[in-house]
Design a protein around this ligand. Structure first.
Ligand code: SF4
Length: 496
């Protein structure tokens, strides 16, 4: 758990990123296990109940509808992008296109400098995490305050979000209290209401003084040129209406065709992220302040970010762009629940992070991520837009093999295994050798049935080669004396 204000951001990783040391550290951190376990299991249960209460057995049809709206938009993205840009410009929005993260930050800085902005209030946005916007703004001398409570705490602690929706899932209120005392100079408290009050008092003055507001976008509506922003704390509204300049960041995949499609996506987004029927505040922003309006920015800029998304548009990865960043797959994933978000070494964690990060940042840079999954299918069941994440992870593994990114020993072992599976006699011979060797090692090992009081077969606690990675964490059951095929022959009277 990172609470040290001097620690480097968990996103500052060396490439190629090695997930294993971080994951090993995380699974031994009892406190982290408690925080993440309680939060993710609670949220996952809440999601199921929220859908069951309202939609019952129509849940699957709703997911299909939500997924098909996103898929249709992606299939015609060129047309909808053009329509959106025309309508947004007609509404008075300055639309910019950024090919990558650096270009997006440079556009933002140029707008800020041109308008003499010195203080920025910012609402939660994963895309700006992706571009590392806040360090870029601060390096340019623009004081930037995160206004989402979780992000505010993360910023005070010089930490990084570890969950798409609940960025400080890895922290508890005592670490928040300590951060407030250290950074804001207030007396220590771990009372959540008082902590929220302190944050509110601190932020209120900043909203009044800020000349720049930055937000993300949950959806972009092609037919009206509108930006849709969903928040639960009301901070998004302050960031987009109080400062004189508003800059919104959005990935090009955020488009949907028309306002009619929005209710479907709002319903699935809120239930999947926080088990609410709707987020508390849903802002639909169409252009800057008009002459007869009392609030709103003088200028509204939208930066449309590509950053590898047009490559993802190719099949078979297009469905990954349906993601509405609800976080449900993280909460459902048994691997995320054990290793937490920082173990993934990238902005996007959990199953969706494991599936998109290697595509966005290079498969050779993140070779472990496609393997950070048990392929149990829980992420697919949880996903409100039906992204087949297990299939995507398997495809990525295949890509790693094709590009020879996986180690030569591993490739040779799997080639040999595949060869042995193609013929009955090689399969039988390999199984027999494996059974005899493992039984011999177990006999030398002499470990009694640790963890399984009903086993009389003995266990292997120090496996050879690749098996040692398994036995470092848990014992391996010794194979039975006779194989299944022999048992079948004796009991069923025919060949298995
Ligand atoms: S992949 Fe699906 S479940 Fe995961 S964050 Fe995206 S929309 Fe939500």
């Amino acid at each position: 758990m990172t609470t040290d204000s001097e620690a480097a951001s968990p996103l500052d990783v060396e490439l190629p990123f090695d997930l294993r040391p971080r994951a090993a550290k995380a699974v031994r951190d009892i406190q982290l296990q408690q925080f993440i376990g309680a939060a993710t299991i609670g949220k996952d249960r809440g999601r199921r109940a929220a859908f069951a209460d309202t939609f019952g057995d129509r849940y699957d049809s709703l997911r299909t509808l939500a997924g098909s709206i996103k898929q249709h938009t992606l299939d015609h993205l060129d047309r909808y992008l053009e329509e959106f840009i025309d309508n947004a410009i007609a509404a008075g929005v300055h639309v910019h296109y950024a090919v990558d993260a650096d270009a997006a930050n440079a556009i933002c800085l140029e707008i800020a400098h041109r308008n003499g902005c010195r203080l920025c209030v910012k609402s939660k946005s994963m895309v700006t995490e992706e571009t590392r916007l806040v360090p870029a703004l601060e390096a340019a001398g623009i004081e930037t305050i995160e206004t989402d409570l979780g992000e505010f705490i993360i910023q005070l602690d010089h930490d990084a979000p570890s969950h798409i929706v609940t960025p400080m899932i890895h922290k508890d209120r005592t670490s928040v209290g300590r951060a407030f005392t250290r950074e804001l100079g207030v007396p220590y408290t771990d009372d959540p209401a008082r902590l929220a009050e302190i944050a509110r008092e601190h932020l209120r003055g900043k909203y009044r003084a800020a000349d720049l507001g930055i937000s993300g976008a949950n959806f972009l509506i092609a037919r009206t040129g509108s930006i849709v922003l969903c928040t639960n704390e009301g901070n998004g509204r302050f960031c987009t209406s109080a400062p004189r300049i508003h800059i919104a960041f959005a990935g090009i995949e955020k488009l949907i065709p028309a306002m009619d499609h929005l209710p479907v996506l709002l319903k699935v987004l809120a239930r999947s992220s926080t088990a609410q029927p709707l987020t508390c505040y849903t802002h639909i922003i169409t252009g800057p302040r008009r002459p007869d309006e009392h609030d709103g920015p003088e200028q509204l800029h939208l930066i449309l970010l590509d950053n590898g998304r047009t490559d993802l548009l190719r099949e078979p990865t297009r469905e990954l762009l349906r993601c509405i960043r609800c976080g449900a797959c993280l909460n459902a994933c048994p691997v995320y629940r054990k290793i937490g978000g920082h173990s993934y070494g990238s902005v996007y964690s959990g199953p969706i992070g494991a599936a998109i990060t290697p595509h966005l940042l290079g498969p050779a840079n993140y070779p472990d991520l496609p393997h950070a999954s048990s392929l149990c299918g829980a992420c697919f069941e949880a996903c409100p837009v039906k992204i087949d994440l297990p299939r995507q992870l398997i495809q990525l593994r295949k890509l790693m093999v094709e590009q020879r990114i996986s180690g030569s020993w591993e490739r040779a072992a799997f080639r040999l295994w595949a060869w042995s599976l193609r013929r009955a006699w090689t399969y039988r011979t390999a199984s027999s050798i494996q059974r005899i060797a493992l039984r011999l090692l177990a006999a030398l090992d002499g470990t009694p049935g640790r963890g399984d009081p009903y086993s009389s077969r003995g266990w292997l606690s120090r496996g050879p080669g690749m098996l040692s990675r398994w036995t470092r964490e848990r014992d391996f059951p010794t194979p039975t004396r006779r194989c299944f095929r022999a048992w079948w022959r004796d009991h069923r009277g025919g060949p298995a």
